[in-house]
Design a binder for this molecule. Structure first.
Ligand SMILES: NC(=O)c1ccc[n+]([C@@H]2O[C@H](COP(=O)([O-])OP(=O)(O)OC[C@H]3O[C@@H](n4cnc5c(N)ncnc54)[C@H](O)[C@@H]3O)[C@@H](O)[C@H]2O)c1
Length: 440
């Protein structure tokens, strides 16, 4: 059994579950909330919110003397070594977060720390935008406490993944526990708190932990919107959407998997763009609005623009592109976003060389040949036969996709050459400021 002394700020959906579950693990927990009704409920052994099983958990732990609540922030901090912030972060009208309650609590926590010896650990469990803990929470705590972060107190982020309605089960069995900490003390303390919680524990930076929560929720929302749009198409076309999604979810190789979840450059090829266009056309024919599916191609075009702007901003006119078919291991140039990128760079007067071991112009036939010669009629004069010739020409090397022969680029380029990597080739650190990843 753990025996940490913990204060939990905010006794709403997250805070009351967190406080009761941690008390049930044997910790000494004090909940803090300005709402006297919530504090009274806990102290009378009742759940301050409706959540299955919470009433029993609160009653058991209040009776056992491990859980109580107060409106007095200073008292709670002074009687604990670790403070967990579970305060609401609602939306403002412009979509930004309203941090006023969190920052107010930081003032109270910091004020209490003034009279405490160094070493208190503050864990933010509220959902906050990346950079909030570094730029807003830490300065507020430093100002109120007169102590410095890391020396006087430690900070960590432990985003919450529970779902209302199954919150207690989710607390004990989360999909993962994420510990964001740049201070080993805070990371170790949180690890110790998690020993009775199932699932993998992933330790990372505070900013990555803040961002993971947004990536998760954006993904969940996207999955729901996606399957609703597929369902709407199915219904309008008299197809059983549950049969379609059952088969869809059966594919754990490409669909429900890590596949296609690596940030990088735009997609292309002979299938994805064509099939998305056809599906959204079908939606129009069926009088359906499909805003999620309809925004995928525009998003893909933005990624080409993004790469173009990066290259222009790097200010180097002699550019060699390594790999320009739509992906590694094929000579299929149809709708390759790299071909489009090259076309746009040529239009801007860049001096380009292209290398792709799979592309042999003499052997290209049919739609593939037609596509590339329409896009870049003089492509033959731009192509070189090996990586060395491409490197010889370049001030800037653009790596189009991950291919074993490109992975040694960092060791092979001259000290005056730059790399823009679209595929996260392995030797990124070696080049330091002469290396740029498209989105990392
Ligand atoms: N509800 C969920 O399912 C869920 C899941 C994951 C993450 N989150 C995130 O967790 C955070 C809390 O969410 P919630 O649903 O529990 O919010 P909530 O509104 O239910 O509870 C917040 C509590 O904080 C209290 N509070 C305000 N100022 C305070 C202060 N100075 N000191 C102490 N307490 C104070 C409020 O009185 C309230 O009781 C949010 O950032 C939310 O996005 C919520």
């Amino acid at each position: 059994m753990n025996t940490h002394r913990i204060s939990v700020f905010g006794l709403g959906y997250v805070g009351s579950v967190t406080a009761a579950c941690l008390a049930d693990h044997g910790n000494q927990v004090i909940g803090v909330d300005p709402q006297a009704a919530k504090v009274d409920a806990i102290n009378r052994g009742r759940a301050p919110i409706v959540e299955e099983g919470l009433g029993d958990l609160v009653a058991r732990n209040v009776t056992a003397g491990r859980l109580r609540a107060t409106c007095d922030a200073e008292e709670a901090v002074s009687r604990s070594d670790l403070t967990i912030v579970c305060i609401g972060t609602p939306s403002r009208a412009n979509g930004d977060l309203d941090l006023s309650s969190v920052l107010h609590a930081c003032g109270e926590i910091g004020g209490a720390l003034r009279h405490q010896s160094d070493g208190h650990i503050i864990v933010v469990r509220s959902t906050v935008l990346p950079g909030t803990i570094r730029d807003r929470v830490a300065p507020a705590l430093e100002e109120a406490s007169g102590k410095r972060r890391r020396d006087g107190f430690s900070l960590a982020h432990n985003p919450e993944f529970l779902r209302e309605g199954t919150a207690i089960r989710d607390f004990h069995n989360p999909p993962k526990t994420v510990i964001g900490a740049d201070d080993p003390r805070a990371a170790a303390a949180l690890r110790a708190l998690c020993t009775e919680i199932d699932g993998p524990v992933l330790v990372t930076t505070i900013e990555a932990a803040e961002m993971v929560k947004y990536a998760d929720n954006a993904w969940h929302a996207l999955k729901i919107a996606f399957s609703n749009e597929i369902g709407n198409v199915c219904k309008a076309a008299s197809i059983d959407s549950y049969e379609v999604m059952r088969i869809f979810c059966h594919d754990t190789k490409l669909n429900i998997s890590e596949a296609y979840l690596r940030p990088g450059f735009a997609f292309g090829g002979s299938c994805l763009p064509k099939d998305l266009r056809a599906l959204t056309y079908l939606g129009r024919r069926l009088d359906l609005d499909l805003p999620v599916l309809g925004s995928v191609m525009p998003s893909n075009r933005v990624q080409v623009e993004h790469a173009l702007r990066r290259i222009v901003a790097m200010g180097r006119r002699r550019v060699s592109v390594l790999g320009f078919s739509f992906k590694a291991g094929t000579d299929d140039l149809r709708e390759s976003p790299l071909v489009e990128l090259v076309e746009r760079l040529l239009g801007k007067g860049f001096d380009i060389r292209l290398y792709d071991r799979n592309v042999n112009l003499a052997r290209l036939i049919g739609a593939n040949r037609e596509f590339v010669f329409r896009a870049i009629p003089h492509i033959a004069s731009l192509m070189v036969n090996n990586v060395e010739a491409a490197l010889e020409h370049a001030e800037l090397v653009v790596v189009g996709y991950d291919e074993p022969e490109f992975r040694s680029i960092a060791r092979r380029i001259r000290s005056d050459q730059f790399v823009l990597d679209m595929a996260r080739i392995s030797e990124r650190d070696a080049l330091e400021e002469r290396y740029d990843g498209i989105n990392w």
